[in-house]
Write a protein that binds this ligand. Structure first.
Ligand code: SF4
Ligand code: SF4
Length: 299
């Protein structure tokens, strides 16, 4: 059996990628399954998805703990989650990054394929939705499922949901990623932490409607814990405040879903970059174009 674990951010299409590789495998006459695991159901929050492919019927139903292939759709996850935990020594990793494999520290030396899927997605689809580019790089990392079958599954699945043109553009993103992906080996400098194997069952939860403050499976939970969770690490775009344009309407302060805009006494603003997740809503509502979104996690 070949097991794949995807790590991405809400909005990058990890779930759709897992479903598409499974569909491509089924089209080749193989057995497959795909399913997601959501933490916080929010755009930008870390999510996982899993796929299994085999020549015979698959009866396993657990998450994938010992993957043959690891797929990381957002490079910043390498620094905040033990993404490579359990990856087989004979396995491979596919990473969305502009770096080459020998600069990717997975805490172990494995076959590593890197591709700048974000740039390919922005150029091809005009949106940072990297799943189809990643699928192309996966075909290069391991030809278990051919690029041709993957493109066919993309055209069918994305075409059905988003229209024929979108299907063709997404297949083009996969083709470009396949051509541009670099094959090498990761490095093993960092100490890899262990992943928590199981989330708590309902029997483990304390009585009442809310959890007591504390840590569960590595997650901070309980009242006020959002302050401790640095949602700013999710960011792929960063708001830049242009103070001289600001007309002090405070719309951005009112609308920010993460309370990451602080209102000064004079109704100008400060942005809390530890908690701004880069959604861009403040920039959209600003009537004076005083907030610009800049690509990247920092200014
Ligand atoms: S919405 Fe724009 S103009 Fe209004 S306070 Fe915010 S930055 Fe200033
Ligand atoms: S981009 Fe703007 S609205 Fe979105 S979290 Fe950051 S400060 Fe708040």
């Amino acid at each position: 059996m070949f097991e794949i674990r995807f790590h991405g951010r809400g909005g990058q299409g990890a779930v759709m990628a897992a479903q598409t590789i499974a569909e491509a495998a089924v089209n080749e006459g193989l057995e497959a399954q795909a399913f997601p695991h959501f933490g916080a159901e929010r755009r930008g929050a870390p999510v996982m998805a899993f796929a299994r492919i085999d020549t015979k019927k698959i009866s396993v139903r657990t998450q994938v703990y010992v993957p043959d292939m690891l797929v990381v759709m957002d490079e910043s996850l390498l620094d905040i989650e033990p993404v490579a935990d359990g990856l087989k020594d004979t396995g491979s990793a596919v990473i969305n990054t502009s770096s080459s494999p020998e600069n990717i520290d997975l805490g172990k030396r494995v076959r590593c394929v890197t591709v700048d899927a974000t740039t390919i997605a922005l150029e091809t689809l005009k949106a940072p939705i990297v799943n189809t580019a990643i699928l192309g790089a996966m075909a290069k990392a391991d030809p278990l499922v051919s690029l041709g079958s993957i493109k066919k599954a993309i055209i069918s699945r994305f075409g059905e949901h988003l229209g024929e043109k979108a299907g063709a553009l997404n297949a083009e993103a996969a083709q470009r990623a396949y051509e541009k992906a670099i094959i090498g080996e990761s490095i093993a400098k960092r100490q890899q932490a262990k992943r928590s194997m199981w989330l708590p069952t309902w029997q483990d939860m304390p009585a009442g409607v809310a959890l007591h403050p504390g840590e569960v499976g590595g997650m901070k939970v309980g009242p006020g814990s959002a302050v401790q969770v640095r949602t700013g690490t999710w960011r792929t775009r960063t708001p830049r405040y242009i103070e001289e344009r600001c007309v002090r309407c405070v719309k951005c302060w009112f609308i920010c879903p993460d309370a990451a805009i602080h209102r000064r006494k004079d109704d100008r603003i400060d942005i809390d970059y530890d908690h701004c997740k880069g959604c861009g809503i403040c920039s959209t509502v600003c009537p004076a174009r005083a907030i610009e979104m800049v690509r990247g996690a920092r200014l």
